[in-house]
Design a protein around this ligand. Sequence first.
Ligand code: SF4
Ligand code: SF4
Length: 354
Amino acid sequence: MSPTYTIKKEKMQQFVETIEDEYDVYGPVPRRTTHVFDKLDDPSLLDLDYDSTIMSPKKFFLPAEQNMLLFDNESGTVKDTIDRIEQMKPRLLLGIHSCDINGMLFLDRVFGGKYEDPYYQAYRENTTVIGLNCIEPCENGFCRSVNKNFVLEGYDLFLTEISDSHYYVHVGSPKGDRLLSLASEFFTRATPEDDAAFKQALKRKHESLPVDLHIDHIHESLDMAWDSPLWEELGEECMNCGSCALVCPTCYCFDVRDELDLSLQNGERKRKWDTCLYYDFALVAGNHNFREEPPVRNKYRIYHKMRGAIHEQGMIACIGCGRCISACPAGISIKDILNQLQNQWASSPTAMEG
Ligand code: SF4
Ligand code: SF4
């Protein structure tokens, strides 16, 4: 097992200042009543005592709008933009919660599996991640209910608060070793007392994070719920604004469009976030829309996240971050929907007979 360390909380700002020649450092900073991940041009704004952020770290690997390639019809040239990513100054994301690291691990499967995405891979390769354990629950999160409250991989360093003054530090990769050597003055080898404090912190975490949803039989529940009136009710409430999908760390759909300049000769190919909740997502040639009505689109999203993703990626596409609940103007909660589905399963004749 790799050695573990501690770092003083009061040194985090200096730590950022020490490494910012080597990295563009991003971390949680206050924004109105919540937090966002932003570049730490002013390291004093770093606030690791944050609840959640509006957008997830997805934006660093799959930007909301991305220029994929440039084309010039006159000269007949096409140039992709991957080298722009590769030539970027290395990025460091600081203070990424376990749920969000799990979201990144999900996207790694999507963009690194059957259809490897070189843009995503280049961003991922360019980025170092310092994770942060959550000891207290956040307002709308249910990470423990979906087993996304811990990580064993996906980080380079990982911080756990063990006292008012110190973080305990795990090293997860050679990138993490490099960070340690760059700023070695801030890290001290953990003592047996620190190890004991770390275990106490995990105990506190275990006691504080609630389990208010059980998804053990979610695929059976979904199998039985195909004709449930729940989908019509949901379709009536939902405004199809797409906010829930845009803030979601595991929603990865995008649309690709070519945009020409005024000469109609040169242009660029862009991809932009898209979502199955939009009317035109499933609109195809001939004006046929195979998910025209809102209830069908809502149903599709839940089935894809909680059932289809297991087949495609081996895990559900929800980390329980609760961002969709915070963002929904209609007050729709995926946790409530899943609980209703589970209750239908629990009260079904088959379940009772079984
Ligand atoms: S569906 Fe909601 S709770 Fe689940 S990962 Fe997406 S935003 Fe988070
Ligand atoms: S945020 Fe709420 S209203 Fe908007 S699409 Fe999602 S569920 Fe519907």
